[in-house]
Design a protein around this ligand. Structure first.
Ligand code: NIG
Ligand code: FE
Length: 439
């Protein structure tokens, strides 16, 4: 296991074959949390963490995990190979999959501190929305902001997420709310994949043009606004490859179940994956999400027993958003009940300027774990492989051969320290597709 013997082409770059063969053995770690065999749905126990004590990992330079196992066994296996380099750990460390934040709205400008103070003084989120504040305030600020300002703000937020161990993040549009402004937002998101300085994070874009029907759409009926989106926006998103996912906010101040059913049907027919802002204040949309075979139903603070049963009996991931409860001062979604019923439970930050300004997945996951009595395996699963499922991704979220080497190491001896510190402990190293970033 020597220094890499790189084959270079005439221009001095590594040839593709040399790159795909370059291996890296990293270790030893006091614990490697793999989640190798953990089930997708229902309650978990500590065994499901699939912990390898004194473990190691072999990754390749194309960004994929080649092997995990006892460090000494991997060392034995790879030591004679000239294509395998060794990267020793320099402290006691625990390795685990990178976190996945499967629901955010972090492409926005402006602040909603005013809303927040109004809420603290007694106004509700829905009352503020009804009086012209809320989402529309952010829409106005976002429309006015220059592309560079929006991208800079987004970049800062991505850096903050990475600092908390996040390696994949879903980002919704939804503060443009016209065909042209929604296209602008999604096109901005697309430019990220061509920005090498942002290669530490993968952004999964989602179209949330159906956030609300903005008063300036000129369309009095919600159904007309949704029709316009179906006819003029969604086909264009498809044609430009801007997003594979479509979301809708089903709520008294946004869209009805009936309106959502028609819109989601159109999106589905165009080949989009579906996700729904469901049961945040008013129940009913969890069942709609299941009926429409949505990939996920998100929020669920007000979900009923019927909704829980429908989700449990489906492949639709129940994504809970404690950040919105913390931002609004309302009870959290019944995560424990959802798990016990057999649902697939994911947990995301919902980072947005209105209801969830904190934007700290690890802190929120720790707190929800404490309030909902989720054991540590369940909480960590909800922000790793189960969060991947919420985005329809099967190529990440566990440390397992063949999956992406998206991972993070903490300077601790025992994985339990991570949630115990309730978000105050941060990873020392993060790898995105095998590429390391020291924090
Ligand atoms: O998920 N509930 C709808 N959408 C966001 C809030 C958006 C906003 O208030 O700006 C949410 O909480
Ligand atoms: Fe949201």
């Amino acid at each position: 296991m020597d220094q890499l013997n790189h084959k270079k082409d005439a221009s001095g770059h590594l040839s593709a074959s040399a790159l795909s063969q370059a291996l890296l053995l990293i270790g030893p770690f006091r614990e490697v949390v793999t989640f190798k065999e953990a089930p997708l749905a229902g309650p978990l126990s500590e065994n499901d963490l699939g912990i390898i004590k004194e473990g190691g990992i072999v990754v390749d330079s194309s960004g994929v995990i080649v092997a995990t196992g006892l460090f000494t066994a991997l060392q034995e296996m790879y030591k004679g190979r000239s294509d395998c380099k060794y990267c020793p750990t320099t402290a006691d460390q625990v390795l685990l999959p990178g976190f996945i934040d499967a629901h955010t709205h972090i492409l926005f400008a402006g602040s909603r501190a005013r809303d927040y103070s109004l809420r603290l003084a007694g106004k509700s989120y829905l009352q503020i929305a009804q009086s012209g504040g809320g989402i529309m305030e952010t829409v106005r600020a976002t429309r006015q902001a220059a592309d560079t300002a929006l991208l800079n703000a987004l970049q800062q937020r991505l850096i903050k997420l990475q600092g908390a161990g996040v390696t994949t993040v879903e980002v919704k549009s939804g503060y443009g709310l016209s065909v042209s402004q929604e296209l602008r937002m999604l096109r901005l998101l697309k430019t990220l994949s061509h920005m090498p300085e942002l290669d530490f994070m993968e952004v999964v874009p989602t179209c949330l043009a159906a956030h609300i029907n903005p008063p300036d759409s000129g369309l009095v009926k919600n159904s007309d606004y949704l029709k316009e989106l179906s006819l003029d926006l969604l086909p264009q998103i498809k044609a430009e490859g801007l997003a594979k996912r479509v979301d809708i906010f089903v709520e008294d101040t946004a869209f009805t179940l009936r309106e959502a059913r028609t819109y989601l049907g159109c999106a589905k027919a165009l080949g989009f994956d579906l996700t729904v802002h469901a049961d945040q204040f008013t129940p009913g949309a969890a069942q709609l999400a299941v009926e429409m075979k949505a990939v996920s139903a998100d929020h669920l603070e007000a979900v009923t027993q019927k909704g829980i049963e429908a989700l449990a009996d489906s492949k639709t991931v129940a994504t809970v958003l404690p950040g919105a409860s913390l931002g609004l001062g309302i009870p959290m979604a019944p995560a424990r009940k959802l798990l016990d019923a057999g649902c697939i439970l994911a947990l995301a930050s919902d980072w947005n300027p209105g209801s969830a300004p904190m934007g700290d997945l690890l802190t929120q996951a720790s707190l929800m774990g404490a309030y909902q009595q989720l054991n540590m395996a369940e909480t960590l699963a909800a922000i790793t492989f189960r969060a991947a499922a919420a985005l329809g991704l099967t190529d990440r979220g566990r440390l397992k051969a063949g999956l992406f080497a998206d991972m993070q190491a903490y300077n601790v001896k025992d994985y339990r320290e991570i949630l115990y510190h309730q978000g105050q402990l941060r990873p020392a190293i993060i790898w995105k597709k095998s590429k390391p970033y020291d924090q």
